[in-house]
Design a protein around this ligand. Structure first.
Ligand code: ATP
Length: 350
């Protein structure tokens, strides 16, 4: 079953009086890879389960082109699902796990065999086809789960933290693998993760959620360079988030706080006196003769770069990355470029 657009219209889910997901509006184009990203409890799984039909909506609707989906049973939606815990049948071989859905559809046995073989080859499990899930590594088991979902040629694949049970090296490999399958099969994918690196590296667009509410929808580049608020910034690696006050507005916004005066770029409307959070990434703080003074406290060697924690004269802690290796106690002067310092309203958004 194919479609052009999948639309979530004001999708809302409450548990008792508690909002798990509020007014999610999102249009997914065919072939897109969408990541739902946010900290634990932000509503990612709720959104995925609403899409899958495992949870009824409290309000809103879901559309596949002109067909209303949210009133359909899960099995009538034609979606594939891949979970964190693989959910394989332990007593069936790899091949039989993959063939299971095709058998349920009572397809001719020659077609079942052909499509199962293709799916096994797609995830490189030819050597494991006759083994039981318990005889496979975690990564191999997840490949079976993926093959089992895609063999049914679903219109949409839903993945809920599929890599979180794997070790770091395998996680990196499987990222590439899932992206490769997505492209090779022209899949439309909605992928839930709390790992921003995973989301940034895999997705065409990201949806950042917090407390059940969408904070921002955008491409990895947009999220990275133009986070919509301080929560998204925090998630996108703006490790230095400093409480400050606006003292001047104009082409550049001047903020003061913690003994520092900095020039930055406002995100949203700001007025003089507003409480703000000034955000800067560790890699955007640089050593400069005319910068503000700070003392090196912690130095951590990280491959080609050194992660350094400094403390300013007023006691503000900052994180930066350098190519050289300072020693604890060293005095440094630091500056930040106007475009690299983003100034967000301190409160307001949920
Ligand atoms: P995690 O990454 O920890 O799974 P999440 O972002 O997927 O988190 P959800 O599982 O969607 O978050 O949960 C969103 C909110 O809804 C949380 O506050 C959670 O406690 C609540 N919630 C989820 N499922 C239920 C349920 N079945 N009954 C009651 N509350 C629930």
């Amino acid at each position: 079953m194919t479609f052009n657009q999948l639309r979530l219209d004001g999708v809302t889910r409450r548990f008792g009086g508690q909002d798990a997901l509020v007014d999610l509006n999102l249009t997914i184009e065919r072939g897109e890879f969408i990541a739902l990203l946010g900290p634990s409890g932000c509503g990612k799984s709720t959104a995925l389960n609403c899409l899958a039909g495992l949870l009824p909506l409290t309000a809103g609707s879901i559309w596949q082109d002109d067909t209303r989906l949210d009133t359909l049973l899960p099995e009538k939606r034609g979606f594939g699902m891949v979970f964190q815990n693989y959910a394989l049948f332990p007593h069936l071989t790899v091949a039989k796990n993959i063939a299971f859905g095709l058998q349920m559809r009572r397809l001719p046995s020659a077609e079942i065999r052909r499509r199962t073989d293709e799916a096994i080859a797609l995830v490189h499990l030819e050597q494991q086809a006759r083994k039981l899930p318990g005889q496979l590594s975690g990564g191999q088991q997840q490949r079976v789960a993926i093959a089992r979902a895609v063999v049914l040629e679903p219109s949409l694949v839903l993945m809920d933290e599929p890599l979180s049970n794997l070790d770091a090296k395998l996680r990196l490999e499987m990222r590439t693998e899932i992206r490769r399958l997505h492209q090779a099969l022209g899949l439309t994918t909605v992928y839930v993760t709390h790992d921003q690196e995973e989301a940034l590296s895999m997705a065409d667009r990201l949806v950042v959620l917090r407390n059940g509410r969408v904070q921002q929808v955008g491409t990895p580049e947009q999220m990275h360079t133009q986070p919509a608020n301080r929560h998204v910034a925090d998630f996108m690696g703006f490790r230095n988030l400093l409480p400050m006050k606006v003292v001047h507005t104009g082409p550049s916004t001047v903020v003061e706080g913690g003994g520092l005066t900095l020039h930055g770029t406002a995100v949203g409307d700001l007025a003089i006196g507003d409480a703000v959070v000034a955000g800067v990434r560790p890699e955007s703080l640089r050593v400069a003769d005319d910068g503000f003074p700070a003392t090196v406290e912690v130095v951590e060697y990280q491959g080609r770069e050194v992660a350094v924690e400094v403390v300013t004269e007023a006691g503000q802690r900052l994180h930066l990355r350098t190519g050289t290796r300072p020693a604890p106690g060293d005095k440094v002067r630091l500056a930040v470029d106007l475009s690299a310092l983003l100034v967000f309203p301190a409160g307001g958004e949920s």
